[in-house]
Design a protein around this ligand. Structure first.
Ligand code: MG
Length: 175
């Protein structure tokens, strides 16, 4: 049986999210604002990619998911910048003794085209995750045959690498 002192040197995380397009609100994907006539609805700023990344990070360290940490029922998170969610997820990764090795994301949406913005999204996500931009992959597909023209979907996998002894174990060692 594994004990709390046995550490994994790598961990994988997976995150998924989807949001519906609504007219007249800003479109935020990956921490940047894209010019479009519709944005993604939701209790926060609707950043489908940052939500999926946060869930991938949280899942990798077996933490509660984004909905549990930042419940949509809490008015505190209304219109919130999703960067706040991502920072909390990254903090939990670091507190557990890990850092991000690399991340790969697939976005599925009919419009706007992500290709022209993919480099900017990769740079912003890398900055938020404290990694180089060549450690962040961002791909986009159109929803062929999926009948989801009015939604944006994000799938994310992340690999974590052990960086140091986690906070909890250090405390336990002192006791
Ligand atoms: Mg979401």
């Amino acid at each position: 049986m594994p004990t709390t002192n046995q550490r994994l040197t790598t961990r994988i995380g997976y995150g998924f999210d989807s949001h519906e397009f609504h007219p007249g609100i800003p479109l935020k994907i990956g921490g940047i604002t894209l010019a479009h006539d519709k944005g993604l609805g939701g209790h926060s700023d609707g950043d489908v990619l940052l939500h999926a990344i946060a869930d991938a990070l949280l899942g990798a360290v077996a933490a509660p998911d984004i909905g549990a940490l930042f419940p949509p029922s809490d008015p505190k998170w209304k219109g919130a910048d999703s960067v706040v969610f991502l920072r909390e997820a990254l903090k939990r990764v670091h507190d557990a003794g890990y850092g991000v090795a690399n991340l790969d994301a697939s976005l599925i949406l009919a419009a706007p085209k992500i290709g022209p913005h993919a480099a900017a999204i990769r740079v912003r996500v890398a900055e938020l995750l404290e990694v180089r931009s060549d450690c962040v992959g961002v791909k986009a597909k159109t929803p062929e045959g999926l009948n989801q023209e009015n939604a944006a979907v994000a799938h994310v996998v992340v690999l974590l690498e052990q960086q140091r002894v986690p906070k909890k174990s250090r405390q336990a060692n002192k006791e």
